[in-house]
Design a protein around this ligand. Structure first.
Ligand SMILES: Cc1ncc(COP(=O)(O)O)c(C=O)c1O
Length: 380
């Protein structure tokens, strides 16, 4: 129940013990086709360039940025969370010139601020985080933000690491040019093969680059020979991770992507009400609360690190503390993929209450359990 990796589904674990075949074996080429098609389904996109990047979410993030940002490009990045700042660092390394659009850690970007920043900086690219795992904030108004950027000729890159497969995400309908994600959050897959999709406008910018991408490994014009029609060698694919991702995506398709978003919302809402009834104050307002990651403030007089360690040692449940500006101020509780289950919510609320109490706090345990149970009963 931390910010990821989430519990891996037993079917995915089983798929990972499948004997290896070569990355150019005809049977593997079929698996690649299936993974690409399933990814398009989960991302709600028809983009031809939809692939798993070898590596974790940061590799997919770097693939998007390293390929789309050319030296001297102005890139608008968000200043309202830890992962937006990682985007900024990657933009600098790609030779781009980042400009920030700011919001406090715990609030989403405001469309008026984005419009003002786009008009002021005329960026080639606007990058934002759909689900900020450091703050528990879901960026609303995505289609509106994308339209503002596109009206001014900018491409739009979205970080969907903590939303894909758990929170509504519609790549084509919302006008997103490049979107990347990771396996270990709402897809409940081990990290190692990370989704990336690019629309035609994005691919055109890559094809027209004046100089090659500085990363050989993540250069999409080279990778496209392997993941495109040719299917020729670029680097050895992480075979086992691709098996795992295929199984995880099949589970998404079997459940149905919209039903899966609805499940996350129902279970996470019960979790959020349970935590609130214990007496913990949510850090992100309901209007932009991220169901897959709930942040709550650590009560005064309680050592958040000690509570989290006790919860893990005595109840076998993992949660995390805050990152960056929120270090020591919040706990981050995940509700992702296979972990988004009623039994986990009840165990978490009970275990956290006991751990807070043991560390000198005074949670209202009965109210917390009753609120969580009520939320879950409504869910059924
Ligand atoms: C929003 C967001 N973006 C990017 C990443 C980076 O992914 P990874 O740690 O898999 O490299 C994370 C990881 O937690 C994340 O939460």
């Amino acid at each position: 129940m931390g910010p990821g990796p989430s519990d891996v589904h037993p079917r995915v674990l089983r798929a990972m013990s499948t004997p290896l075949i070569g990355h150019l074996d005809p049977a593997f080429l079929e698996i690649m086709d299936q993974v690409q098609e399933l990814l398009r389904y989960a991302l709600r996109t028809g983009n031809r360039w939809t692939i798993p990047v070898s590596g974790t979410g940061s590799a997919a993030m770097e693939a998007a940025i390293a390929n789309l940002v050319e030296p001297g490009d102005r890139v608008l990045v968000p200043g309202n969370g830890y992962f937006g700042l990682r985007m900024e660092a990657m933009v600098e390394r790609a030779g781009g010139e980042p400009a920030r659009v700011e919001a406090p850690w715990g609030r989403p970007l405001d469309p008026d601020d984005v419009r003002e920043a786009v008009e002021r900086h005329s960026p080639a690219i606007f990058a934002f985080v759909h689900a900020e795992t450091s703050t528990g904030v879901l960026q609303p108004h995505v289609a509106e933000l994308a339209a503002i950027a596109r009206e001014h000729g900018a491409l739009v890159i979205a970080d969907a690491v903590t939303s894909l497969g758990g929170v509504e995400l519609r790549v084509d309908e919302w006008g997103l040019d490049a979107v990347y994600s990771g396996g270990q959050k709402c897809l409940s897959c081990p990290p190692g093969a990370s989704p990336l999709t690019l629309g035609e406008r994005a691919m055109e910018k890559i094809r027209e680059r004046a100089e090659p991408v500085r990363s050989w490994y993540l250069d999409l014009s080279l990778l496209s020979h392997y993941w495109g029609d040719e299917r020729s060698y670029h680097h050895t694919a992480p075979i086992t991770n691709v098996y795992a991702l295929r199984e995880a995506l099949r589970l998404v398709a079997e459940e149905g992507i919209e039903a899966r978003w609805a499940r996350h919302l129902r279970v996470a809402r019960a979790l959020r009400s349970g935590l609130a009834a214990l007496g913990l104050e949510p850090h992100a307002e309901e209007a932009f609360w991220l169901p897959s990651l709930t942040t709550v403030r650590i009560p005064d007089g309680v050592d958040g690190g000690r509570v989290a360690r006790r919860l893990l040692a005595e109840h076998g449940i993992e949660i995390a503390g805050g990152l960056g500006d929120l270090a020591g101020r919040v706990w981050r509780v995940g509700c992702m993929g296979h972990s988004a289950r009623a039994s986990n919510v009840m165990a978490l609320v009970a275990g956290l209450a006991a751990s807070i109490e043991a560390e000198g706090g005074s949670p209202d345990t009965a109210a917390g359990l009753a609120a969580a149970a009520e939320g879950l009963a409504e869910a059924d």
